[in-house]
Design a protein around this ligand. Structure first.
Ligand code: CA
Length: 228
């Protein structure tokens, strides 16, 4: 896997580069916007890690230019802490994911793995984690090949968690994505729904991160550690 890292701050760039190289990726680095844009435009990368604040040409402009030119490689943007405007603009410009600074390298690696998996699996509508499969087109769930009867809400919840494997999802976010606007924000409906989905699956797939939310670990071995 070949990655392009566009980051002007030398210290951060070196740390990222070291982590990526350690994780087995081939990393090309660019430290200014014009050069970074050109490389992403003229070479093929499996994914790009793009800082937004860059000299010459800022990250948003780079991303917009690539997308206009039909360059569709997955792009993970690095945003300033707490800058929700940057995140919104980045996503609107075609970013596939974002990571606010400062971040843990482990999280960067996890998000990258997820992006690459998504990009690679775009032809396959079936998401798999260990013995659990979720068919996003047929809207079906199986465990060890056996179909499980899921309601629409249960499916929506599991689907959201499966699509965001490796990320801890807050109860509020789940509520918004599963129920939409028509429910009290402090309702405990998600907790009840999670319990039902866990019971139906019968495997320890959905983890609780106390105080943060719920997650299906990106690593399948971790996801199903209760099985063996
Ligand atoms: Ca910067």
């Amino acid at each position: 896997m070949r990655l392009l890292l566009i980051e002007d701050e030398d210290g951060i760039a070196k740390r990222i580069e070291r982590a990526l190289t350690g994780a087995g990726y081939l990393v090309e680095r660019s430290s200014d916007g014009e050069d970074g844009w050109f490389r992403g435009d003229s070479e093929n990368f499996d994914a790009v890690i793009l800082d937004l604040g860059l000299p010459q040409l800022d990250g948003l402009q780079i991303l917009k230019r690539w997308r206009r030119a039909d360059r569709h490689m997955p792009v993970l943007i690095l945003t300033a802490r707490g800058s929700w405007m940057e995140r919104v603009e980045g996503i609107d410009a075609g970013a596939d994911d974002y990571l606010p600074k400062p971040f843990q390298m482990e999280e960067l690696l996890a998000r990258l793995r997820a992006l690459l998996r998504r990009a690679a699996g775009s032809a396959d509508s079936v998401l798999r984690t260990g013995s659990v499969t979720l068919d996003t087109r047929q809207m079906t769930v199986t465990v060890d090949g056996a179909a499980i009867d899921f309601s629409q809400l249960e499916f929506r919840l599991l689907s959201y968690l499966m699509h965001h494997r490796g990320r801890v999802i807050s109860q509020l976010e789940l509520t918004e994505h599963v129920y939409g606007e028509d429910i009290e924000r402090d309702s405990n409906a998600v907790e009840v729904l999670i319990a039902r989905v866990r019971r139906k699956l019968g495997v320890d797939l959905i983890k609780t991160r106390r105080g943060f939310g719920y997650t299906i670990p990106a690593d399948e071995r971790l996801a199903l550690d209760a099985e063996d």
